[in-house]
Design a binder for this molecule. Structure first.
Ligand SMILES: NC(=O)c1ccc[n+]([C@@H]2O[C@H](COP(=O)([O-])OP(=O)(O)OC[C@H]3O[C@@H](n4cnc5c(N)ncnc54)[C@H](O)[C@@H]3O)[C@@H](O)[C@H]2O)c1
Ligand SMILES: O=C(O)CC[C@@H](O)C(=O)O
Length: 469
């Protein structure tokens, strides 16, 4: 029986295409030494666990775009992976060039991983969104091609909620305008249409992680809080869910949007909704740029219906920092810039040291667990499957991961193949059209693994096969 370190498979056998010639190494091993002394938290948590590798860790190629936090880079580099880091997003043609070569990509909200881009990503097994939103990724295409997607579902929620609280006060007191005037040398002491927020009603659209966190802060500031959500949700404190969006708009002094980008949320605040809002009310959008019809907002502010607004997100956002907020980017940019009492921020809702540092650790640890162990817990587009770790006293065990089309009869065929081996444990689950099977088999040698791999790859239901040990 060959030891784990000795087992060899054909080049590329563990990547998702057998023909993959860039697959770093024909040698599969468990190079504990490659972890060095700076074992990141995830790895350190299971000292006696066997470190499963898809191939030599130093050959795992990772591309991190959009200035992913140092904490995330440290976790990934600590695994011995090759990490390329860029501060900005990339134009589509450059992205396609780079993505061809990598096994893992880490992005934030600006990088669009469309089907067109992902089609070129021949070696890609997993995407890390170092943010909450995943609308920038074609999740279905990724799932259909066995590419897992992870995000950080709530590490920046508090930062967004605090920003919105600040904006409510700034809008109510017209602080942006007063500050701009002072910067231009003008003293303009006014109280007309400047308000306390105590006793005012905040209407939250989308009562998820951010919306509910915000409601707690707003109540502490003495506001009444109502919310509208497509799901029936438990009210925090003395907040109240209302039945319709119109109910919310007709009652709220401040309206704030915290819904995901979906076909149903596109322009969900437009001309008709502004008509339902109270005269002199305020609008805040720190969700996605597609949620508010901006030309309609400009009209509503010019007419006085809306007394102020804060926007953190826009339909088109530049790939990096610079003087890009012009009509070239969005045709109404100059109109927005010319309005009174409007706060315009460059998508910084989640941009705090605390949030970015926590997101860096959380997402990169999920990537490591997926690459090294095949665990999909927390994946947003694949079924969630995990098995307890293999341990060092199981040297000749291997973990088989078989991602396949969710069609009848597949499990029978897979189990016929696995049935020739001792299956220690197995878990399978499905989500829409895709199913994910993970099995630990013992007493395997090189020839068996090669045979197993080829037989699984030969099934017509196959999306991706990986064997880790
Ligand atoms: N500005 C930023 O930097 C920043 C930071 C984090 C998140 N975001 C955005 O904020 C969004 C919300 O974040 P979250 O963590 O609170 O998400 P979440 O998934 O926890 O909550 C979203 C809520 O919206 C509800 N919803 C969905 N469709 C709806 C509809 N048509 N009408 C009413 N309610 C609807 C859902 O039921 C859910 O309760 C994210 O999807 C992301 O796009 C922006
Ligand atoms: O950091 C980002 O680019 C995105 C922040 C936010 O919109 C999110 O979805 O978490």
């Amino acid at each position: 029986m060959a030891s784990a370190q000795d087992i060899k498979l054909p080049a590329g056998a563990l990547a998702h295409q057998v023909s993959l010639s860039t697959s770093p190494s024909a040698v599969l091993h468990s190079p504990l030494s490659s972890f060095g002394t700076s074992i990141p938290r995830a790895a350190a948590a299971s000292v006696s666990a066997k470190q499963l590798k898809p191939f030599a860790t130093e050959d795992v190629k990772i591309l991190l775009l959009e200035n992913v936090n140092q904490t995330g880079r440290d976790v990934l580099a600590g695994q011995g992976y090759q990490v390329e880091f860029l501060k900005t997003s990339l134009p589509e043609d450059e992205l396609i060039e780079k993505i061809r070569d990598v096994h893992v990509i880490g992005i934030r909200s600006k990088t669009k991983l469309t089907a067109r881009v992902l089609k070129e990503a021949r070696n890609l097994i997993v995407i890390g969104c170092f943010c909450i939103g995943t609308n920038q990724v074609d999740l279905k295409y990724a799932a259909d091609h066995g590419i897992a997607v992870f995000n950080s579902p709530f590490s920046n929620s508090r930062s967004v909620a605090e920003l919105v609280i600040a904006e409510i006060v700034v809008l109510a007191r017209q602080l942006g305008d007063r500050s701009n005037e002072m910067h231009n040398g003008t003293w303009n002491k006014v109280s007309n249409k400047c308000w306390e927020i105590r006793g005012k009603t905040l209407g939250i659209i989308g009562y998820g992680h951010i919306g509910s966190q915000l409601s707690v802060l707003a109540e502490a500031m003495g506001m009444n809080v109502i919310y509208y959500d497509v799901v029936n949700l438990m009210a925090m404190g003395t907040t109240r869910q209302v039945a319709t969006l119109e109910d919310l708009l007709g009652e709220a002094d401040f309206v704030t949007c915290h819904v995901p980008e979906l076909p149903e949320t596109e322009n969900m605040i437009g001309q008709k909704q502004f008509e339902h809002m109270k005269t002199g009310s305020y609008l805040i959008n720190a969700s996605r740029g597609s949620v508010v019809d901006i030309p309609a907002l400009v009209q509503a502010m010019r007419s006085g219906k809306v007394a102020g607004a804060a926007l953190d997100v826009y339909p088109n956002e530049p790939a990096g920092n610079g003087d890009y907020f012009t009509n070239d980017l969005n045709s109404w940019a100059a109109d927005l810039r010319g309005l009174k009492n409007i706060i315009l921020t460059p998508h910084i809702g989640g941009s705090t040291e605390e949030a970015q540092s926590a997101i860096g650790v959380e997402v990169s640890q999920a990537l490591v667990k997926y690459v090294n162990e095949g665990t999909t817990q927390g994946a947003v587009n694949l079924p969630e499957v995990a098995l307890r770790s293999l341990t060092m006293d199981q040297p000749n065990c291997a973990r088989v991961i078989y991602i396949h089309q969710n069609i009848p009869g597949v499990l029978r065929k897979v189990n016929e193949i696995l049935g020739d081996h001792n299956v220690d444990k197995q878990m399978t689950d499905s989500r829409d059209d895709v199913a994910y099977l993970m099995a630990d088999i013992s007493d395997v040698d090189t020839v068996m693994l090669k045979d197993l791999y080829e037989r699984l790859e030969g099934l017509s239901s196959r999306i991706m096969t990986r064997i880790l040990y």
